[in-house]
Design a protein around this ligand. Sequence first.
Ligand SMILES: *Cc1c(COP(=O)(O)O)cnc(C)c1O
Length: 386
Amino acid sequence: MIPYGRQEITQQDIDAVVDVLKSDFLTQGPVVPEFEQRVASHVGAVFGLAVNSATSALHIACAAAGLKPGDWLWTSPVTFVASANCGLYCGAKVDFVDIDPHTYNMCPNALERKLQHAEALGRLPKIVVPVHLCGQPCDMARIKSLADRYGFRIIEDASHAIGGKHCDDFIGSCRFSDVTVFSFHPVKIITTGEGGMAVTNDPDLAGRMELLRSHGITRDPMRMTHEPDGPWYYQQVELGFNYRMTELQAALGVSQMTRLDDFVKRRHELARRYDELLADLPVVTPWQHPDSYSGLHLYVIRLKLAETRASHREVFESLRVQGIGVNLHYIPVHTQPYYSAMGFAPEDFPEAMRYYNEAISIPMYHGLTFEQQNVVAAALQKALAA
Ligand SMILES: *Cc1c(COP(=O)(O)O)cnc(C)c1O
């Protein structure tokens, strides 16, 4: 089976993790801050807060931004459930903004219309979470101008997008957002096994996220309600969580960061090659923004069903039978039973449903070979001809 995505681990990565195993600290040592510094400086942000997953990063970013019961969080319906669940963790309500049919990201026009409507109803969102789907940057300048007008905060879910750029800004510069979140799950662009990071330029948000990732406990006298009782002293000043990243994970992350640019470059090489291999098949290949450099976490094709006899499901099943580990990113979140129970109907977000009925993620990862790409293309041709 050729998987749709997989990690790449070298001897350098293994040595880095083994070094930590032999060191004094398995957690809360020097390597986590080193990894935070590496990522933040690479993407051009001031602060990096490493945590045990992107899901945790989204949660503490929302909490640090003050999301609370009665507030609204809006995101894209075409994303992993975590982009929406972070709002529910804070007791807020969640709503969605339909996608743009070309970028598959939250549509800025749909966002603007929904904001106008919400303003009239007095239920504007406190936080909007744009998701850079497949690594393709959202139109952040436009979303930021809407944020300035309607007063919401922006948390970028860049789980697919580390290493990508819009114009000269790396995703994560937070030029148009409050916080950007990355995931280091093994299928993502770089990995720490499990892991995530929130980056920000806002010292207040950074300080609050730092507290929240570790029980709300501080050892900084400046944050305490009174002078420390003694050198042993710490205070819990918030209700936080244990979302810390281990030194082992951070060591893997530091080592992977040295190859980030290569990883993304290779993904672009593979994408260009797929574009050519699939050009004559009845599929839509991923649109690329001319001013952007996608992280290319995923390569999603859409079937032109009017030009094929096979159904979406038949093509998908045929590819799996032929040993291609295709996937579908994502089942629109609003159709998940947990969300439909809140009153969402599939047709509330028609572009998301159209996408869901046609999309297939084909293999895309650093170690994929040209020969394997040929096998994927041949299998797809066969599946579509069925
Ligand atoms: C993977 C992913 C997440 C969650 O990442 P974890 O590190 O597994 O918690 C969130 N959002 C998107 C868009 C993702 O792809």
